[in-house]
Design a protein around this ligand. Structure first.
Ligand code: UDP
Length: 283
């Protein structure tokens, strides 16, 4: 499996199939494997916050969650000359044609990272792997009502899924949750506290959770599974704009700034950071 460096983070070149294989290996392995789902906001945060970047370094795998990550990997893979003036012109040209390809020929950006695996689909894939390896699941996060409805919906979709425990994500003691997870013997731990809280929680506590083989930072998937938020229309999912829908639907309980600010960060601020780092040869 290849790894691609984007700004200060490493992203794996997963396809749905290779991710499934890796998950199976993790479930059958001896240690806890940490999975992060990476979008453009996430990559930007890792650049700006060294503590978050160091936390991500401890994760074993990063899954590309949006088309922006595929775009960045493609854009950075284009070669450049060493002369700074020529490189600046070249990088701007590369920015233009790789961005236009998102609209006119999205297949172009599917290399070096071939697939984006959006949040909810990725969670389904993990749950299916848990069923296939008979791995029990524990869920931490989301509001109580949302979580209970989401679990009901998941049990209906996957009657063989073994959810052995859950806890809402606003009012809990780490110790009580850790004890509960250990008593449950869960092998898949889904932590949906929003980023970066969920990644910090996983990093700080994984050593205390010997039964867990796969831990993943989930974000807002349970709000969609519970039906609190509707998933993006099919056409938006198809052209890779589900991330935009998610940011738009987000009522923003955990993030500073509003929806407009998140979209601003996810697109122009992110692109600017990538272009600048390439011109300055920092990548
Ligand atoms: N959440 C939580 N505890 C918190 C903050 C957030 O359980 O202290 C939950 C929230 O209810 C939502 C999920 O974390 O279900 C993800 O939050 P958000 O939508 O802000 O994250 P995103 O998916 O946009 O990264």
């Amino acid at each position: 499996m290849k790894k691609v460096k984007i700004l200060d983070s490493i992203v794996n070149d997963f396809t749905e199939d290779s991710l499934k294989q890796e998950l199976k290996a993790s479930f059958n392995g001896q240690k806890g494997c940490l999975y992060a789902k990476v979008n453009t906001e996430f990559l930007l945060r890792a650049r700006e916050d060294k503590n978050f970047a160091a936390t991500l370094d401890q994760f074993d795998y990063s899954i590309a969650d949006g088309i922006g990550v595929l775009w960045a990997a493609k854009f950075l893979s284009r070669p450049v000359v060493s002369n700074k003036i020529l490189r600046t012109v070249q990088v701007n040209w590369q920015w233009l044609y790789t961005s236009l390809s998102l609209v006119f020929y999205p297949k172009y950006v599917r290399n070096p990272i071939p697939e984006r695996i959006p949040g909810v689909d990725c969670l389904y894939l993990m749950l299916e792997s848990a069923i296939e390896t008979d791995s029990p699941v524990y869920i931490l996060g989301a509001e109580e009502k949302v979580l209970v409805t989401a679990i009901d919906n998941l049990q209906e979709k996957y009657p063989k899924l073994r959810i052995v425990g859950h806890h809402e994500g606003y009012n809990f003691s780490d110790k009580a949750v850790i004890d509960e997870i250990n008593r449950s013997g869960a092998k898949l731990l889904v932590v949906a506290l929003g980023s970066p809280k969920q990644e910090y929680w996983i990093k700080d506590n994984i050593e205390k959770l010997p039964s867990v083989r796969v831990a993943v930072g989930e974000g807002g998937s349970f709000d969609f599974i519970a039906g609190t938020f509707k998933r993006a229309p099919r056409w938006m999912q198809k052209i890779g704009l589900e991330w935009l829908w998610r940011l738009f639907m987000n009522k923003n309980k955990t993030h500073s700034g509003g929806r407009a600010r998140r979209i601003w960060n996810a697109v122009p601020v992110f692109m600017y950071a990538i272009v600048k780092s390439k011109i300055n040869n920092e990548v």
